[in-house]
Write a protein that binds this ligand. Structure first.
Ligand code: COA
Ligand code: AMP
Length: 622
């Protein structure tokens, strides 16, 4: 079996396996020390190699016969605009943007924060950073100013790149106002902010700090790629943990490029020249890996879509894009498919388009639920492949390795471990569990290339969070089991992270925000099952005193606080005032019981419960 042999080789001889895969890339200096260990005991792939990720994604293709092939298709139903860039055009735009960054004082190793909507400048500036060895950190537009400020303080960028606005269906979101507010809050205030004025909104510029993007580009000179070491960081991407402080996942150039290239053939089964579309956002890891780096490193045409699955203008939007641009493989979150199915349950709109180009559908970001899977399979008649991954890994941990071997699909499973990922299911004490037993999913070290090697500026947090629970393993934070055929079933997070419309959010962080309201004595936020978005946060709030207060008003205020502090993306719209929270006698909130209760599942009331009436009150609400 092709998959089994490949997988075995990756586990038995990881260095030989990845050294071989690395040969597919055009290194300036190939790595000799394939897997090395640093002074903190952390392993790095290809640390001593030299390369440039932008060279691999653009210049290499320009020099090797793809100069006139389309590299990027920008498709924006919200602005009724489309634009295509060939590889040479994209290379030129990127090298000029890199020149602009240089003019703004950005050098190798410096950080640049990007707060941009889904426009070509987002892709161009990510690649421009890579070109000069700068480290980008893209912040998703749905995050509010305090979130952006936290990232400014943590990443300490030299420059911020932004645009005047994002467009949410037909609403103009003033991005610049959010950036200005973040500058006010942050302690670290970069001296330069480059602003792209979009035609939909012109914003005022802060004198002495803000620079007009178009203007700055005019005087910028093109710059060449700068060689970086394999272990030099390509980007920092912040993701939610269990506390209010997001974790800056650090991705290194060498391992990332190797994993991207390998995944395009082995998982996505696409060839250079094919059109590949990840309908995600550049603010998320899927956008980094499969809108920008993976398809371009592989020589594909990638699609950048500024729109929604529905309402831009209808539930046929995805099918229009597939048919018009001849997309071969589509990758998106199940929630997007659920949104489409809700509007068009019979799949009528698919019939309006010629979808014969589409060969595979990929889903990730949350579990592909069996009803959505069945609907997709029936509607499209192409393989529908779920795969499991995380910001931390940057690519799939378990997948149907379709480019290696077409494995039968089991609904509800993300299939088998991707080569390089040695997955084990452990119990609380770290003992390996048998098939069909659900436990904590851990990855035996070494991790394969592309996985994070630290949390930006906090190696101790990285070790504590991921490596110390089970020595010799990386803790994923997900729970699940293997069946007797070796198929992996992901059953959800085992921590306080929730997944809302494919977006990863921290209920701990929401609790911190709600708890800041002067009238709130204590609170709990949990994820509640939602038909469309997978999960939605719901809050339970105990007030300091109940005299002379209108509970509805407090609820409105805490909802507004979460929106102001975390952002619209948190989708925190439901909260209740309760007399007390269900807790154990030692004071631990019974979150698991709460979750089961609000989802209408069976639950056992723990014998350690302090006051059972607290549960009755909540039960009555659902
Ligand atoms: N900039 C500013 N605001 C944004 C934003 C952005 N880039 N993205 C989302 N928001 C806002 C939305 O406008 C919405 O605000 P509202 O509460 O005022 O309506 C809020 O954040 C929640 O957005 P979203 O989760 O996208 O919900 P939705 O109801 O607008 O759309 C779906 C629902 C399912 C259509 C949408 O979530 C979707 O397409 N999901 C795909 C997920 C995805 O790509 N995940 C990436 C991993 S693969
Ligand atoms: P993110 O880091 O935002 O990509 O979110 C990662 C989390 O999303 C994982 O830890 C899982 O909980 C969840 N997830 C991603 N893909 C899948 C999948 N295919 N099946 C189940 N859960 C998934």
């Amino acid at each position: 079996m092709a998959y089994k042999d490949e997988y075995r080789a990756s586990i038995d001889s990881p260095e030989a396996f990845w050294a071989d895969k690395a040969k597919q890339l055009d290194w300036y200096k190939p790595s000799k020390n394939i897997l090395s260990t640093d002074e903190h005991g952390i392993q790095h792939w290809f640390a001593d190699g030299e390369l440039n990720t932008c060279h691999l994604a653009l210049d290499f293709h320009v020099e090797n016969g793809r100069a006139d092939q389309t590299a990027l298709i920008y498709d924006s139903p919200v602005t009724s605009q489309q634009q295509k860039f060939t590889y040479i055009e994209l290379r030129d735009a990127v090298s000029q943007c890199a020149g602009m960054l240089r003019q703004c004082g950005v050098s190798k190793g410096d950080r640049v924060i990007l707060y941009l909507p889904m426009i070509p400048e987002a892709v161009i500036s990510m690649l421009a950073c890579a070109r000069i060895g700068a480290v980008h950190s893209v912040v998703f537009g749905g995050f509010a100013a305090p979130e952006l400020a936290q990232r400014l303080d943590d990443a300490t960028p030299v420059v911020v790149l932004t645009a005047s606005c994002g467009i949410e269906i037909n609403r103009i979101i003033d991005y610049k106002q959010i950036v200005d507010a973040a500058f006010d809050i942050a302690t670290h205030k970069p001296s330069v902010c480059v602003v792209l004025q979009r035609p939909q909104l012109t914003v005022p510029m802060a004198e002495g700090r803000d620079i007009d993007w178009e203007h700055a580009l005019e005087s910028a000179e093109s710059v060449d790629c700068v060689p970086v070491r394999g272990s030099d960081p390509l980007y920092i991407l912040y993701t939610s943990g269990t506390t209010g402080k997001p974790k800056g996942v650090v991705r290194e150039n060498g391992g990332h490029a190797v994993a991207m290239k390998y995944s395009m053939t082995s998982i996505y089964a696409v060839e250079p020249g094919d059109v590949y579309w990840a309908a995600s956002d550049v603010g998320w890891v899927v956008g980094h890996s499969y809108i920008v780096y993976g398809p371009l490193i592989h020589g594909c045409t990638t699609v950048l879509y500024e729109g929604k699955p529905v309402m831009t203008p209808d539930a046929g939007a995805f099918w229009r894009v597939i048919s018009q641009h001849r997309v071969k493989a589509l990758f998106t979150a199940p929630t997007a498919f659920r949104a489409i199915r809700k509007e068009d349950p019979e799949g009528q709109l698919t019939r309006k388009y010629d979808l014969s180009c589409l060969t595979t559908l990929f889903a990730a970001g949350e579990r592909l639920d069996p009803p959505t899977y069945e609907w997709l399979k029936e509607t499209f008649g192409v393989p529908v492949l779920d795969h499991w991954w995380q910001t931390e890994t940057g690519w799939a941990i378990a997948a149907n390795m379709y480019g290696l071997e077409k494995m039968p699909v089991k609904s509800g499973s993300s299939t088998m471990p991707v080569p390089g990922f040695n997955i084990e299911i452990l119990d609380e004490s770290g003992t390996q569990l048998d098939n069909n037993q659900q436990g904590f999913i851990a990855l035996k070290l070494p991790l394969p290339p592309s996985c994070l090697t630290t949390i930006w500026g906090d190696v101790d947090r990285f070790k504590h969070q991921y490596l110390e629970t089970y020595p010799g393993y990386f803790t994923t934070g997900d729970g699940g089991y293997f069946d007797d055929d070796g198929y992996l079933f992901i059953m959800g997070r085992v921590d306080d992270v929730i997944n809302v419309a494919g977006h990863r959010l921290s209920t701990g962080e929401m609790e911190e925000v709600v708890g800041r309201h002067p009238m709130v004595a204590e609170c709990a936020v949990i994820g509640r099952h939602d038909q469309l978005k997978g999960q939605l946060p719901v809050g339970f709030v105990v007030l300091k005193n109940t005299e002379d207060v209108a509970p509805d008003q407090i609820i409105e205020q805490v909802i507004a606080l979460v929106r102001e502090d975390i952002g619209a993306v948190a989708a925190f719209k439901e909260a209740f005032v309760v007399a007390r929270l269900p807790k154990t006698r030692s004071g631990k909130i019974l979150r698991k019981t709460l979750r089961a209760m609000v989802d209408g599942e069976n639950y056992v009331i723990p014998s350690t419960i302090e006051d059972p009436t607290a549960l009755d009150e909540i039960k009555a609400l659902f």
